[in-house]
Design a protein around this ligand. Structure first.
Ligand SMILES: [Mn+2]
Length: 404
């Protein structure tokens, strides 16, 4: 006791106060932790209990009946995947919990920030869009969802207007923004972000299925640091048989010149040297782009996406470079898993030529952010000179002037 008193005397007092305050903070912090999703298995079974035999239940593959082959073939182009099968599968099907062992015992804070989910689409297939929304609503704790904003990027399909409004009216959290002209994915996301009310923005594609416990680990990372950008592991929904497939662990988002996004396995010796576990966070140079959570204020501080990027492509590079150059981090969170239908081609048209649009976007990103490394992008010395840049320092907006 006298030792403790001595500690509080003189210059030791400040130190002791800091120590005591840290202990109190730690205790409070621990009290805020709670067990998350321990009963995930039970929930999954309950979900499927209604229709255990339904096609595609549990993420199982489905095959097209012999007499429906022609119909399935002709409907493929509606979404560039098996639209016929998508329509057969329940919009609220169960999928297998593919998280690595240990995820369901992980704790998250009780005071996670809430999020606005932003899903942009143009002419998305009805059943696929519904399955995406249902998976968000049924596998996210309601108090963490501020709203689900569906941004209809001037779709041409009639069912995406009044019929969609009517269907979604039963879910008070779902809001639909019908854009009056085609914005392209990048500017459609900005339109969604402008009206979002949540502390965190979570961008998702409109042909996904969120897995059990997908949201909490993402929000936990962003809560730990407001400059963390958290991405789920993107799993595969087969475009052919609509089965839900898991992917290899320890994958990182990388790019190769000229700024092509890809996945790369972390080398085995690195995994062993760092004693990495399957549940460990993986830091990535770049993100795939479709699915991530980001603090809304931070997103605005970064200048969001460069609104001069057109339609789609390169925006994942742009946001990734900005995040790292402005003190942030991009992480893949292995305990968060979302299935995604990978397609060979975009079903919708690009207003201009697709290849040229993506090339132009990438050149724009290279010009603003790569400095001397842009020569690696062009693959030869000299720059096109068509674009002139003025890049302000971090936390500023990239400003552009276009010369003709
Ligand atoms: Mn997609």
């Amino acid at each position: 006791m006298s030792g403790l008193r001595r500690l509080f005397r003189g210059s030791g007092r400040a130190l002791a106060f800091v120590f005591a305050a840290s202990v109190v903070w730690l205790l409070l912090d621990m009290a805020a932790l709670r067990l998350s999703l321990g009963d995930a298995g039970g929930r999954l079974l309950k979900e499927a209990a209604d229709h255990p035999q339904a096609p595609g239940q549990f993420g199982h593959p489905v095959s097209v009946p012999a007499d429906k082959q022609e119909e399935a073939k002709s409907r493929w182009k509606e979404g560039n995947f098996n639209v016929y099968l998508s329509d057969l599968i329940p919009v609220d099907r169960a999928i297998v919990d593919t998280r690595p062992a240990g995820c369901s015992e992980q704790r998250v804070h009780d005071d996670l920030p809430n999020t606005s989910i932003i899903m942009c689409f143009v002419d998305e297939v009805w059943s696929t869009l519904l399955r995406s929304v249902h998976s968000v609503l049924s596998r996210s704790p309601p108090h963490l969802i501020e709203e689900v904003i569906l941004v209809d990027d001037f779709s041409t399909k009639k069912y995406l207007k009044e019929k969609l409004d009517k269907y979604m009216s039963r879910f008070p959290k779902v809001k639909i923004l019908h854009l009056k002209e085609r914005h392209g994915l990048i500017r459609a996301r900005l339109a969604g972000a402008e009206v979002a009310k949540g502390a965190i923005l979570t961008f998702l594609d409109s042909h996904v299925e969120c897995n059990v416990g997908w949201l909490e680990p993402l929000l936990e990372r962003v809560r730990l640091s407001r400059t963390k950008v958290a991405c789920p592991v993107i799993e595969v929904i087969s475009d052919k048989d609509m089965s839900y497939m898991t992917v290899d662990n320890f994958q990182r988002g990388i790019f190769t010149w000229p700024m092509n996004f890809g996945w790369r396995q972390i080398p085995q010796e690195i995994i062993e040297k760092n004693k990495m576990k399957e549940t460990d966070i993986i830091r990535c140079p770049v993100m795939a782009g479709g699915l991530f959570s980001i603090n809304k204020k931070y997103f605005f501080e970064l200048g969001m996406y460069d609104p001069g990027l057109d339609v789609w492509g390169g925006e994942n590079m742009e946001i990734s470079f900005k995040v790292w150059m402005c003190g942030g981090e991009i992480e893949i969170v292995p305990c968060s898993r979302v299935g995604h239908i990978f397609r060979n081609d975009n079903p919708y048209s690009f207003p201009k030529d697709r290849v040229r649009t993506v090339e132009r976007n990438l050149a724009r990103v290279a010009e603003v952010w790569l400095d001397e490394y842009k020569e690696l992008f062009y693959g030869h010395p000299g720059s096109p000179g068509a674009l002139q840049r003025t890049r302000s320092l971090c936390f500023g907006r990239a400003q552009w002037a276009e010369n003709t």
